[in-house]
Write a protein that binds this ligand. Sequence first.
Ligand code: PEP
Ligand code: MN
Length: 350
Amino acid sequence: MIVNMSETATEQEIQHVIDRVREAGFQPHTTRGATKTIIAAVGAGGRRHEIESLQAAPGVENVVAIAQPYKLVSRQTKPHRTVVHVGDVAIGGPEVVVIAGPCSVETREQILATAHAVKDAGASMLRGGAYKPRTSPYEFQGLGEEALKLLAEAREATGLPVVTEVMGTEDVDLIAEYADMFQVGARNMQNFALLRRLATTNKPVLLKRGPSATVKEWLLAAEYLLSGGNPNVVLCERGIKTFETETRNTLDLAAIALARELSHLPVVADPSHGTGKPVLIPPMSRAAIACGADGLIIEVHPCPERAWSDGPQSLTIDAFRAMMKSLTEPLRRVASGIETIRLGQAASAD
Ligand code: PEP
Ligand code: MN
């Protein structure tokens, strides 16, 4: 349930409602907007009728049910968009944030060269796997702590905040020492023990959508993080399994727009895993931005043919640089109104 306070509600009236929500057996989550305050009563086992009765409390505009099962993730609870800060980088603000780097951290030279190059090309965060979720146990599993140290060194050298995947609860503390943001990989989206543990940290989390997860399941996974106390969540669409075999996964562009419609959380797109094909990464990046994506996460390697994981889908540094240039054309011109979309004219020419 949501208690919408009126514009004129006093601090005392707001506090009274918060106390009553707690008394009724729910957890109060308060969102203070520019003009109005919203208090969400969430949790299981509370006395609903007591919340409904708050309609009569002073300063209350109305009491409504939250339509979606994901309560804190829903835009009903928080109508304005969330901005997640990772170091100096703001994800969910006016700027599209590009996160780039190799699939896996391999060597000092590789990660430092990539970090400098992607920064030079305009990326604002560095990615790199230290613990890799590989389909086969015989494939490279990541360098672990050694890779975390190299990522921290790359951050020192470039100033780029670092995101890296956490696969298990036992690695959370160690990764937290080195990284600026946790990545929850697609295969771990419903690892509820991991989500619960990450909820107790206040480090930002990049939550990838599971390859077979519905948007509702994805948002409910995010709800575990928010309800456990960590509001710094960024959703990541990385492609889902479909019958298509020409691409590695099917990047679900509608899910990007839908997630932003249903939730206040920022959404980024991963066209590298979403397509598996370097040639598709620039057009899908542009498409994702056009759908409202708040950012992109792209795999880049100085020499993809020598990469220890995901080489075939990695962009070379030159290709990444070219892609970054292409992101501003013609979308930026269209978006800023210098160039108008001439749909009407095209139709009348037929
Ligand atoms: C990755 O980012 O390298 C990765 C393994 O991603 P996903 O979990 O989306 O497959
Ligand atoms: Mn990868």
